[in-house]
Design a protein around this ligand. Structure first.
Ligand code: GCW
Length: 699
């Protein structure tokens, strides 16, 4: 705990001691950090190792949370060829040594040691078996879609964590600012601690739909105050910037990236940021996408825009993450566009530019094919972007454990031959996740959605971990290590994403959500005058012959953007994985699938299976009652019940709607619809983009 928080800590402790014990209520705010250590460790720094704020945190965590009385020694190792954040845990007769070339590495080693203890895995660490770890990604970054006005785009866990009004502006003198709102300060420190405990080392504080205001001197001073809290936890701050800022904020009459005044404006702005935040990470940019300004507004290219910013950042070792989420209205296939726009630019970006690419080519759907661009550029640094917040997987209501989706993504990237995947910019690796964190007391709005924050960190550190081991770790640390709880709940989490796919968008269907908020089913959504590529029918293309988007060599030719063997695999309906069949093919209703049933029958059965599974989640959860505190039990119970009801809503809406096209009978053993199509078609939940719906708003 940083020194400035010591007073808060004492005050809280006194306050808690005065509370009668019955008033203690669980609220989920402790996340997976619920150590019950016995305070008996002897933690020391090896000879000559100078203490630092980071090492003080490491020592404090071990001192208060380790159970056992051995001596734990923190030790600095020579850099050698190791990554700075790598570490080794060694057990000797004298105790345990945590060694790393950096303070941050020793902090990660401390959290790893504590995790091993919490999850009963300490026996893995024996004198003959040291444990060494090195992060797979150098930059493991959260992207907050938080706006300066306190709202969070696609956030379902309350308002923004950053209470900008209450955050002090750090002065040019470099003196640490004084926080009046110490509770906020403590909360941000808890955020940093949670991230460090799973290896997340960077954060973009604000929305990619960025306001020019974010670069005002005041906001930079506030970001610097946040950076001061995050720094000892090994985290660096980045900002999303509005490309039009020289115009929108600086008062210039242009933001043309080749204009000398504009170039100078950015250079000065960057220099002023580094004065206050010497380890500032850099910029994230959404340009010429969904109405955001960009270099193309001035007849320039992504390269011109990204390189200009990169040049301003380079003297300070900052980077640009330039997003490839681009698509123009009226296109033949939205899935083709990032590739078409960026492939001709391959090799033209500066070394400190990374193209940030969503895992799939459309938009964070429950299941997407991997973005073809990620296989294709050879001379450009690229990073994947995941969405941890559940915009398309049930907001903070449905339980959908996303690690299996991310593992599926990593796995697909391994399918082409290594030589086809060679990229000469792989000396530094990065990965981003759009955060699911808000100011709700339990951080994520849903106690089990914390698992997605946790899993993002763990996988960003080590892509080889299995979804299952991550789920187990999470459950054991967050709830209880009792196998009566951990086993069934691991199974539930492991199943949950496929269940969501089944009741929402099976067989490669995508984007058939309600318009705007993306919560429920509206495969019919088509208000007059809308952009065609924002409407479900653009994606499902149901007609009397069949359903699905023909992206083959005879259709939009999207399959041709993939390397072999994926190209041929996807192009042929008979070899295309069935879970993506409607992503790549317009298949006939009577197409025979591997199980001998038709596509139409399979579609009906998928919805049926998904809805029944969601119902089983309620039962599983009810059996967990003895193992869970009543607060979290109740708060998850209504969510599971709502999820099951929503699954039937999806089931009825999609089966009845698509039957209008298929004109085929619904198999007799499918549960009879509870809703009527015309009722459902009249219904549109009156919610905005910033909140999960309330139960009473739903059918
Ligand atoms: O997922 C979509 C969302 C937008 C978002 C956009 C993006 C930040 O619906 O809310 O805007 O993608 O990723 O830029």
């Amino acid at each position: 705990m940083a020194k400035h928080n010591f007073r808060t800590f004492i005050l809280w402790t006194l306050a808690l001691l005065m509370l009668p014990s019955t008033m203690w209520a669980e609220n989920g705010s402790d996340l997976w950090l619920r150590y019950k250590g016995s305070n008996t460790a002897q933690v020391i720094l090896s000879k000559g190792l100078k203490s630092s704020p980071t090492l003080r945190i490491a020592m404090n965590e071990l001192n208060s949370n380790w159970t056992g009385n051995e001596t734990i020694t923190l030790q600095r190792t020579a850099h050698g060829g190791d990554k700075p954040e790598s570490f080794t845990l060694t057990r000797t007769a004298q105790g345990i040594t945590l060694a790393s070339p950096s303070d941050a590495g020793m902090l990660y080693a401390s959290y790893t040691l504590l995790r091993l203890q919490q999850t009963g895995q300490l026996s893995r660490l024996t004198p003959n078996n040291p444990i060494s770890e090195s992060p797979q990604n150098d930059v493991r970054i959260l992207n907050h879609w938080d706006n300066p006005n306190g709202t969070v785009e696609r956030g379902y866990a309350g308002a923004s964590l950053w209470k900008w009004d209450a955050i002090p502006v750090k002065a040019k003198s470099g003196k640490q600012a004084k926080w009046n709102d110490t509770a906020l300060q403590a909360r941000i420190e808890q955020y940093a601690r949670a991230n460090a405990s799973v290896g997340i080392n960077a954060t973009v504080l604000n929305n990619v739909n960025a306001k020019p205001l974010m670069l005002s001197a005041d906001m930079i001073g506030k970001a610097a105050s946040i950076a001061d809290i995050l720094r000892p936890y090994g985290m660096r701050v980045y900002l999303a910037v509005n490309f039009g800022s020289p115009h929108g904020l600086g008062g210039l009459d242009t933001a043309d990236p080749l204009n000398p005044e504009v170039i100078k404006w950015w250079k000065n702005k960057v220099d002023s940021i580094y004065q206050l935040i010497p380890d500032f990470g850099g910029f994230l940019v959404k340009a010429n996408s969904e109405g955001e300004p960009g270099p193309m507004d001035y007849g320039r290219t992504h390269v011109d825009g990204a390189n200009m910013l990169a040049d301003a950042l380079a003297p300070h070792k900052g980077i640009v993450m330039w997003r490839a989420f681009v698509y123009a209205p009226g296109s033949k296939d939205r899935a083709n566009q990032a590739y078409e726009e960026f492939m001709p630019l391959d090799g033209k970006f500066r070394d400190n530019v990374t193209i940030q690419i969503k895992n799939g080519p459309i938009d964070f759907q429950p299941r997407e094919a991997v973005s073809p661009l990620l296989f294709s550029m050879k001379h450009t640094r690229m990073m994947p972007e995941f969405q941890i917040t559940q915009e398309y997987t049930g907001h903070s209501i449905h339980t959908c454990y996303l690690a299996p989706m991310w593992k599926e993504f990593f796995h697909t990237l391994q399918i082409p031959a290594a030589s086809d995947m060679a990229n000469d910019k792989n000396d530094m690796r990065l990965i981003a996740g759009v955060a699911n964190i808000g100011d709700d007391i339990n951080w994520c709005g849903n106690d089990l959605a914390q698992a997605n924050w946790y899993a993002f960190g763990r996988l960003a550190w080590n892509e080889q971990l299995t979804s299952e081991e991550i789920a187990r770790e999470f459950l054991m640390q967050t709830f209880t290590a009792d196998p009566q709880f951990v086993d069934p709940m691991t199974a539930l989490l492991m199943h949950s994403r496929e269940t969501v796919v089944s009741y929402m968008m099976p067989l490669g269907l995508h984007h058939i959500f309600a318009g705007g908020h993306h919560y429920g089913p509206e495969p019919w959504y088509a208000p007059r005058g809308s952009r065609e590529d924002w409407l479900p029918r653009y994606y499902h293309r149901a007609d009397s012959l069949g359903i699905g988007f023909d992206r083959t060599s005879k259709g939009s030719r999207n399959t041709q953007q993939y390397p072999e063997p994926l190209r041929s695999l996807y192009d042929n309906i008979n070899t295309c994985p069935e879970n993506l069949i409607l992503w790549f093919h317009h298949a006939s209703w009577d197409y025979l699938m591997q199980d001998g049933l038709t596509l139409w029958q399979n579609l009906c059965y998928k919805y049926e299976t998904g809805a029944r599974e969601a119902e089983q989640f309620v039962e599983v959860w009810q059996q967990m009652k003895p193992y869970v505190d009543s607060e979290r039990y109740e708060s998850m119970l209504w969510r599971f019940q709502r999820q099951a009801r929503d699954a039937w809503w999806w089931h009825d809406a999609c089966i009845l709607y698509f039957q209008q096209f298929s004109q085929r009978p619904i198999p007799a053993d499918i549960t009879a619809p509870r809703f009527q199509l015309d009722q459902l078609m009249k219904f549109h939940i009156p919610i905005d983009n910033y909140r999960a719906p309330k139960p009473e708003q739903l059918p």
